[in-house]
Design a binder for this molecule. Structure first.
Ligand code: ADP
Ligand code: ASP
Ligand code: MG
Length: 438
């Protein structure tokens, strides 16, 4: 069995949905994970913001916009008039459901229910289309098997048990389900955070012991640099799980940051493919080692750097433990760390809980906080064992102030902290200096 996940742009209009329907009809049996139609989740986010403001008219306008968009889509997608009528009624039910949230108090509980509508809709539309063309498919509801626990981690045993039961009850060759959405430990509708459909695919892959997880998107694999920032990039043929995980975590949007972990643990290859250019090889992510060279760079902004300067660090043991405990108590995870004899610098990627956290850290010494920082991450296989890589990287960035350098944390990664304003020039300089690309 394989898992095929299709992102928002892959199901962005009727033509694309029809193309996805062709792609899923090959052997073997598969679970197809779908995102919401491109742009829908963003619109649902806007709706939730208006609902928090109790701005009924904006909610109404935004729903009207979605209605018009989906009306075009279903008229292009189906040829059977009765089916169009039926699907239009189903959509009406979704819009009414969303609008009904204007009637009562709006809390994060209702917010998550609104955000779930995108995937619920896209999977219905797709199943109705497969029905129209006579494909052997069925929709199974992610809310009946995908669950996260109190730590927001996938509840593996529950997922495996319920999904495998659904697989034995439904013998269809193509099983369609929603990415992104799940239930939490209270049984409420929740989600795996933005971009979470990739994570869904990987979690499902492990639960059903799939032979492969395919992530179909709008680009032919993981590229050597961020195509949104630099002009020319090229796809990477092979990556190890570790390399892909580093890139996903440090900003390569093509993969949700957590999506590699489940597949890595179960050693299930993840293949990144382009829906629009399915003939291209894409990227294979697996355990196989794949060449001793620098493969890609990625950047993650919105980073905050915290420096703690303390005389007490000098020759003292237990100092770092006490500092880390403060972060642990505030549930803030640390990305990068560098130390000197009198100071420690750390980065975090959230602003939440910052004031109380900093207040507690002041007990250890002088605390400096710098926001709007960016981690640039250079990834490859064994790059620290090959001489010259560091020199090459620093040469490229000679004109950019480097705030922190993390080297030696793993065999796959060199990370640098710079100001967000320097991100574009850093990625461009690395593209030219490391890959000879513009
Ligand atoms: P989907 O909707 O299919 O999940 P995403 O928009 O989440 O697609 O991810 C695909 C996008 O990721 C690409 O269009 C590209 O702009 C962006 N991206 C960022 N970094 C990279 C990279 N290193 N390689 C490929 N794509 C990248
Ligand atoms: N639809 C969700 C989002 O836009 C999940 C996903 O696309 O992966 O974030
Ligand atoms: Mg995505």
């Amino acid at each position: 069995m394989i898992i095929q996940k299709f992102g928002g742009t892959s199901v962005g209009n009727a033509q694309r949905i029809k193309h996805v329907a062709e792609l899923v009809q090959s052997e073997p049996r598969k679970i197809v994970v779908l995102s919401a139609v491109a742009g829908t989740t963003n619109k649902l986010v806007e709706i939730t913001q208006a609902l928090y403001r109790e701005d009924k008219s904006t909610v109404g306008e935004l729903i009207e916009g979605l209605k018009t968009e989906y009306n075009v889509l279903i008229n292009d997608l189906y040829s059977d008039k009765e089916r169009i009528e039926h699907v239009a009624q189903m959509l009406e039910g979704h819009w009414n459901h969303i609008y009904a949230f204007t009637l009562d108090m709006f809390t994060p509980f209702e917010e998550r229910a609104v955000l779930a509508q995108g995937e619920l809709i896209s999977t219905s539309l797709f199943q109705f289309y497969l029905e129209e063309i006579g494909a052997d498919s069925i929709r199974i509801d992610a809310l009946s098997f995908m669950r996260i626990d109190q730590q927001l981690e996938p509840d593996e045993w529950y997922i495996k048990d319920n999904l495998n039961r659904l697989l034995s009850e439904n013998t269809a060759n193509i099983l369609i389900t929603q990415g992104f959405i799940c239930r939490n430990h209270f049984g409420e509708v929740d989600n795996l955070k933005r971009g979470g459909s990739d994570y869904t695919a990987s979690i499902i892959g492990v639960a059903v012991e799939a032979t492969e997880v395919q992530i179909w998107t709008d680009i032919d694999g993981m590229h050597n640099n961020d195509p949104r920032v630099v002009n020319v990039t090229k796809p990477i043929e092979r990556l190890s799980f570790d390399e892909a995980a580093e890139l996903a975590y440090f900003g390569a949007k093509i993969l949700h940051p957590s999506s590699v972990q489940p597949a890595r643990r179960a050693n299930i290859p993840v293949v990144l493919k382009s829906t629009m250019a399915s003939e291209k090889p894409g990227t294979i992510i697996s355990n196989a080692p794949s060449g001793n060279f620098i493969k890609a760079v990625a950047a993650k902004d919105g980073i905050t750097a915290i420096k703690i300067k303390s005389g007490r660090m000098l020759m003292a043991y237990g100092f770092l433990r006490k500092v880390f405990e403060v972060f642990e108590r505030h549930k803030v995870s640390i990305d990068m760390i560098t130390t000197s004899e009198v100071a420690v610098s750390l980065t975090i990627d959230s602003h939440e809980n910052l004031d109380p956290l900093v207040k507690e850290l002041r007990a250890f010494g002088v605390v400096e906080v710098e926001t709007n920082q960016c981690i640039v991450c250079i990834v490859g296989h064994l790059i620290q064992e090959e001489p010259g890589h560091a020199a090459l990287i620093f040469n490229c960035l000679a004109s950019i102030p480097l705030r922190m350098i993390s080297y030696g944390g793993s065999k796959n990664n060199v990370s640098l902290l710079i100001h967000e304003n320097d991100k574009e020039s850093a990625l461009r300089a690395l593209n030219f200096g490391l890959f000879n690309l513009d």
